[in-house]
Design a protein around this ligand. Structure first.
Ligand SMILES: NC(=O)c1ccc[n+]([C@@H]2O[C@H](COP(=O)([O-])OP(=O)(O)OC[C@H]3O[C@@H](n4cnc5c(N)ncnc54)[C@H](OP(=O)(O)O)[C@@H]3O)[C@@H](O)[C@H]2O)c1
Length: 308
């Protein structure tokens, strides 16, 4: 599996990462098979959050992978914290407590990467800085980052946090490409010009922050109102364009959807959510495809996005 440098951390990570948010939805045997396949394919980067599956996913993962020190050495573990039941919490106490909880459930004594899950309006960057220092000094977390943060929120953190922020997890797919559209429609009246994230894509490129694309196969909100665009009647033109390219590159539609994200020069790391071993193989095939410029823009437009 092709690797990229996560931010400027020096940590080499597979270009496709595995999201474990849905591991509680499958039978244990299926989850075991899936994790085994992931390791065979070289996709050994696993994304978690303390909250996933009602706080059950991390423990399920540790169980199905059979976590031991030897297994731990072969994998890269990322988790997220900062979401409480009904509110967000970047307080020092919560961050420290959440990480301890994740370490316990994952049966490990360190996380490779910790992300702050969703911006907390009451965040005190001073407190985050103290928490990160403690986690780093005690060896509990090696690298730090954020999720769903815009550039000014990141800058505010960077003012006090001394560790480099190496990743920012954001929703991105062909059918949910607002961060790309805003850069194409600068200063225009079209809908695509609406800048929802203060230019986060270019900001992350400028500051060596890897964007991790969550929900790469979904349109809309995957937690309500959205869904998978592949095979969806809502996206006939997109599916026809994807299917044509799938034929050309001799891969599945799944691989083409990911190849679209991977083609962006920002070295974006898609986070796949499948728990199906065959679909994971389809995903991995995307790492070897380089879409032409014409193909990339063709898919972008087929999803209903426009160019000025
Ligand atoms: N930071 C955040 O706020 C945030 C938010 C959401 C998610 N995440 C992370 O991102 C990861 C990925 O998110 P996600 O699970 O929404 O991503 P996704 O890969 O877009 O969606 C996965 C879901 O779509 C289904 N699926 C995928 N391809 C399909 C296809 N070709 N046809 C039909 N169904 C298909 C999968 O079913 P099968 O299992 O059957 O393949 C699975 O249920 C999560 O696990 C989590 O780690 C982060």
């Amino acid at each position: 599996m092709r690797t990229i440098n996560l931010g400027n951390s020096g940590l080499q990570v597979p270009v496709i990462a595995i999201g474990c948010m849905r591991i509680n939805k499958v039978e244990r045997k299926e989850a075991e098979r899936f994790v085994k396949t992931a390791l065979e394919l070289g996709t050994n980067f696993f994304d978690h959050a303390d909250r996933y599956g009602g706080a059950t996913c991390e423990a399920i993962f540790a169980d199905v992978i059979g976590m031991t020190p030897a297994v731990r050495e072969k994998i890269i573990l990322q988790s997220k914290c900062g979401i409480q039941q009904g509110y967000f919490d970047f307080s020092k106490d919560h961050i420290l407590e959440a990480v301890d909880g994740s370490l316990k459930k994952l049966k490990t004594d360190y996380l490779d990467v910790l992300l702050l899950h969703r911006p907390d309006a009451l965040m005190e960057p001073e407190e985050v800085a103290v928490a990160f220092n403690e986690l780093q000094t005690k060896g509990k977390v090696r690298h730090f980052g954020v999720s769903n943060h815009n550039p000014t929120q990141i800058q505010l953190l960077r003012k006090l946090v001394k560790q480099p922020l190496v990743a920012n997890q954001l929703q991105l797919s062909i059918a949910n490409a607002t961060m790309i559209s805003a850069g194409l429609h600068v200063n225009m009246l079209e809908d695509g010009a609406v800048n929802r994230d203060c230019g986060v894509l270019d900001f992350c490129r400028l500051h060596d922050i890897t964007i991790q694309a969550w929900s790469p196969f979904q349109y809309g909100n995957p937690f309500g109102g959205g869904g998978v665009f592949l095979g969806s009647e809502k996206y006939p033109a997109l599916n026809a364009a994807i299917d044509e390219l799938a034929k050309k590159y001799e891969v599945t539609n799944t691989a083409i959807a990911l190849a679209w994200i991977l083609r962006h020069p920002a070295h974006i790391q898609p986070l796949t959510g499948t728990m199906n071993s065959d679909r994971l193989r389809d995903c991995v095939a995307a790492a070897d495809i380089v879409l032409t410029r014409e193909e990339w823009y063709g898919l972008y437009k087929a999803a209903g996005n426009t160019l000025p």
